[in-house]
Write a protein that binds this ligand. Structure first.
Ligand code: SIN
Ligand code: CO
Length: 391
């Protein structure tokens, strides 16, 4: 789709306009973003997910039995839900797109953003009064109202050092001043986009308030620098060192002088300035799975001939829910396909097809090395056969 096509999801803005004026800059309320949206999940299905091993779930009780803003972590015992009060609590379940295909389908709507920026879709359920308190997230988020009503109030951009309530397991802002006008009740199908660092407070107004948070992550400077330095560091020879050949005699041998500091600065910057390595690291880091345990490598290596035969019989492989794919060209013909934190060199059209939503069928076999690549991805757990999906 052309980037200047008006999108109902963005309230009639084109992707290009949204990215230019709102993305990472300011909030956008979109009434009727998905006009006929019906929550693909019922509250008790969400509660069921929160009881499953390996699913990240939290329960926030504003007036918990052990104190205000009590947070408990899943997996929960079903009985927990029967004992909760009638109001003022929230159940939050992360990565629901990994478990419910109808939720994962929502992601197709967000194809105007790089897929590798996606974190996950978190789904919350709250009876009236339920909220997680006024807070700030470091993520871009699209808050889609799934069912019921939620009142959203925004408190503008806040700094990193904004005081938060002490002694609780949640980062709730001590001060929250609503920006005039930034106060709306969202109905099913309405959506609110929030950039990182924007104070917000969402309170359930109805019995069955379900909110879908489509979250996009960006590595912090700390994560990016330490992770790239680690990746690069493993490949650097021990002989590559700070060097000061030809230096002038120091004025004072105990001083760390300007020339020494400049030599170290250049040494670090020049060592880090490796665009090819940067690309290899970037692809790996942005495709690392959110939950490594969800990646289940196969016990026995795939027989490549058998895989080829199955594809010829009309079988299709599936991308494992939660597996992440991206690609980057290496030259005119080849690319690196990044999958779940690994990088594999292959013909560009093959990398593109595997990373995109193209069916993984017999047609891929026209590319050299395709069968071996698919076998390796099956063995790693990034692809599955449809029958194995539930295992
Ligand atoms: C919620 O769904 O209750 C909270 C979402 C958020 O504020 O990030
Ligand atoms: Co939030």
């Amino acid at each position: 789709m052309a980037s200047d096509t008006p999108l109902p999801l963005l309230g009639g803005l084109s992707a290009a306009e949204f990215l230019r004026d709102y993305w990472q800059r300011k909030p956008l309320l979109i009434r009727g973003a998905l006009p006929d949206f019906e929550s693909p999940l019922e509250p008790d299905e969400l509660a069921g997910l929160a009881c499953e091993e390996g699913v990240e779930a939290r329960l926030v009780e504003e007036d918990g039995p052990d104190g205000p803003w009590q947070v408990s972590h899943g997996p929960f015992d079903e009985a927990v839900f029967g004992e909760l009060p009638e109001r003022d609590w929230t159940l939050l379940v992360q990565a629901v797109d990994h478990y419910v295909p109808e939720v994962a389908e929502l992601l197709d709507r967000f194809d105007f953003l790089p897929r590798w920026r996606l974190d996950d879709i978190m789904v919350s359920y709250a009876p009236p009064g339920g909220s997680v308190g006024p807070h700030v997230d470091q993520y871009d988020v699209f808050l889609l109202q799934g069912s019921g009503q939620r009142r959203w109030q925004l408190g503008g951009k806040v700094t990193d050092d904004a005081p938060i309530l002490a002694g609780i397991d949640l980062r709730i802002l001590e001060r929250f001043e609503i920006e005039p006008g930034d106060d709306w009740v969202l109905q099913p199908g309405d959506m609110l986009y929030l950039p990182p660092g924007w104070a917000h407070h969402g309170v359930s107004q109805s019995e069955d308030c379900m909110t879908y948070s489509v979250g996009f992550r960006a590595p912090s400077a700390d994560e990016a620098i330490t992770s790239f330095a680690d990746y690069l560091g493993e490949q650097l020879p021990p002989s590559l060192r700070y060097a000061d050949a030809g230096m002038t005699p120091p004025a004072d041998p105990t001083e760390l002088d300007d020339a020494a500091l400049e030599r170290m600065r250049r040494f670090i910057l020049e060592t880090l300035d490796e665009p090819a390595q940067l690309a290899q690291w970037f692809g790996r880091v942005m495709t690392q799975p959110k939950y490594v345990d969800q990646l289940v490598p196969s016990e026995t290596p795939t027989d490549v001939d058998e895989l080829v035969a199955l594809l010829h019989e009309g079988e299709e492989l599936l991308r494992s829910p939660g597996s992440r794919f991206a690609w980057r060209a290496l030259d005119d013909e080849n690319a690196t396909l990044f999958v779940d934190g690994d990088g594999i060199e292959c013909p560009s059209p093959l990398a593109r097809a595997v990373a995109a939503d193209t069916p993984l069928d017999v047609e891929l076999l026209e590319f050299p090395g395709a069968a071996e690549l698919l076998a390796a991805l099956l063995d790693a757990g990034s692809l599955t056969w449809p029958d194995d999906e539930e295992e």
